[in-house]
Design a binder for this molecule. Structure first.
Ligand code: URA
Ligand code: SF4
Length: 215
């Protein structure tokens, strides 16, 4: 039987699922079109000892996609959303050095608004195309808990019907995956309409992170 044609990252993912090998290979991925307009792929990392083959990780956090800063620097969550994440992790008593941070989609999807590159939500096909990288990362990292930041990550792992508003902060089980807890995305907190909304969302986000820490 002829092999099924896959339009995803599978042909680009090496057999060796160790982080340095994966991080090098992702730069050559053409699993979907997003590589065309991005500066580089942004792979996951552990702030401390990101080069270790099997790092000691408790939590793997999955965002949506790199933003403008991340695309340029090549590292996840180093822009404004990353600052907010750091602050809330600290408030929740989680040591970021034990957290492996990555994204659902590894290339920055954007459109120009004047001179500004504005992030555009990745579509179902791109999310699906990039999933083999996420699976390789899960295998390399073997986290005790996965924290999905926002709907894109949650829906990638828990299905399109998953509702953050209803299910956030509660540990979910999905076959073949580590326990998963979904929460808000720090970027959406930054986009909140009013100061009050932002404060409320930040509090809820920190509480969810505390639940993750307890778990
Ligand atoms: N938002 C994300 O989802 N990921 C990043 O790396 C930065 C911002
Ligand atoms: Fe490959 Fe993912 Fe980049 Fe698409 S977004 S080219 S699947 S690494």
């Amino acid at each position: 039987m002829a092999p099924a044609l896959t339009h995803d990252a599978t042909p680009f993912v090496p057999r060796d699922h160790t982080l340095p090998v994966l991080r090098d290979a992702v730069q050559r991925c053409h699993g979907c079109d997003l590589y065309r307009n991005a500066t580089q792929a942004v792979f996951g990392e552990l702030e401390s000892g990101g080069q270790a083959k099997k790092p000691a990780v408790e939590i793997m956090m999955i965002g949506e996609q790199p933003g403008d800063h991340e695309d340029i620097e090549g590292r996840p969550f180093i822009g404004p959303a990353g600052k907010l994440l750091d602050e809330c992790l600290e408030a929740a008593g989680i040591d970021r050095r034990r957290v492996y941070v990555t994204n659902t989609v590894k290339h920055f999807k954007w459109e120009p608004h004047g001179n500004v590159r504005v992030g555009k939500k990745p579509g179902t096909r791109e999310i699906r195309a990039c999933r083999p990288w996420l699976e390789a990362e899960m295998e390399a990292v073997r986290p005790k808990l996965i924290v999905c930041l926002g709907a894109v990550a949650a829906q990638s792992l828990l299905g399109a019907d998953f509702k953050i508003t209803l299910m956030h902060g509660k540990v979910q089980r999905a076959e073949g995956l580590p326990p998963i807890l979904a929460t808000l995305h720090p970027s959406s907190i930054l986009r909140a309409r009013s100061k009050e909304d932002r404060g409320r969302q930040k509090k809820s986000f920190t509480e969810d992170l505390r639940s993750a820490a307890k778990f």
